[in-house]
Design a protein around this ligand. Sequence first.
Ligand code: EPZ
Length: 416
Amino acid sequence: MDKLVIEGGIPLQGEITISGAKNAALPILCASLLAETPLKLSAVAKLKDVGTTITLLEHMGVQTSRSEDRVVLDASHIHTQEAPYEMVKTMRASILVLGPLLARFGHARVSLPGGCAIGSRPVDLHIKGLQAMGAEIHIEHGYIEAHAIKLKGARYFMDMVTVTGTENLMMAACLADGTTVLENAAKEPEVVDLAECLIKMGARIEGAGTDIITIHGVERLHGCDHQVVCDRIEAGTYMVAAAMTGGCVKLNNARAELLDAVIEKLRDAGVTVESDATSITVKSNGKLKAVNIRTAPHPAFPTDMQAQMMALNTIADGVAKVTETIFENRFMHVQEMQRLGAQIEVEGNTAIVRGVPKLEGATVMATDLRASASLVLAALVASGETIIERIYHLDRGYENLEEKLTALGAKVKRTS
Ligand code: EPZ
């Protein structure tokens, strides 16, 4: 398995370009199933999860072509509405084909996604929402069997804010008979980007980005041209890297208004953050103040940035409380950071982080996507060499990670 070898202690300098958002690309790729003519996408990052999703869609009969960051998807000849376990088990977001398949074909057989390192991550709200729209759904042999002659518009209150749940139901509602109102909907920018793409495909959607989304069903959807929104979590990760190493980094294709909570916390930590419409610049002298973090749905502090900000707190001046309210097991990075000398105590869903003057390089193991990213950040400031194992987790969500870090002056190399 591949490893990353990182020599710590180098302030990052220079500029890089942020890729298209993984968590917008995945639902938008699945939205191709709703269209009777080709969907043309740009700014689709070359990520493992993107590749997995395209393979799953091709398995169903979607014709695809890819060049650089562009993907064209033609779902005019779908021959199966099944998402098999072998594919779903490697990527939970495969559940995002359920709503589109049911809406367009009236049938879907999707393997239940297993749990994952960060939590059980059930899909009960996806299922209940589709049932509210009239779908007949039962679970057998580990598969979701769903049927609906024609989905009907419904009012549905989601008792937890769920990002992919909101996306699945919004896609399903596009072709339902009548109007659907999703209450307590997720407001993440990736939900908004999906809605903007669906509207260009002919959908009638109001309120994306607020907690009440209204979808008026239409007969059919067509393809469109869509550029995927920039990846705010990738951007946030590099912002923390610049802050921790005491560098000066400019991120192109980054939108500050998608990262208000993260920028606020970096400024509280003593970091300078400036931005214009399409870029963010981060400057730091490496002297950081500890900042308390509490994750919550957008626009509050994103859970996908929790591990990264914990890395910053391990070397900041003071004691920080990091509370994770979204997932029940998203502290897998703690033990690995402790191997680098971090002082962290976990009490339930809160970690107490006492800043230390220096981390020491060591061999650590990646466990999930964002935990892996936080270990890269810690390695960039640890003295000496750090080896990060199982970095396939990183490849799921960070395009050209080594190239981008090397372009900023870091000493990073991938070994098998
Ligand atoms: C999306 O996952 C993201 N993935 C995650 O990013 C992100 O961490 C998460 O939203 C929260 O922001 C994609 O968009 C592909 P949820 P999702 O449904 O939709 C519970 C990354 O690192 N829940 O918003 O699966 C659930 O257990 C990944 O890029 C139910 O109980 O998350 C969790 O506790 C990791 N029943 C909470 O809601 C349901 O039916 C939020 O989950 C659905 C969710």
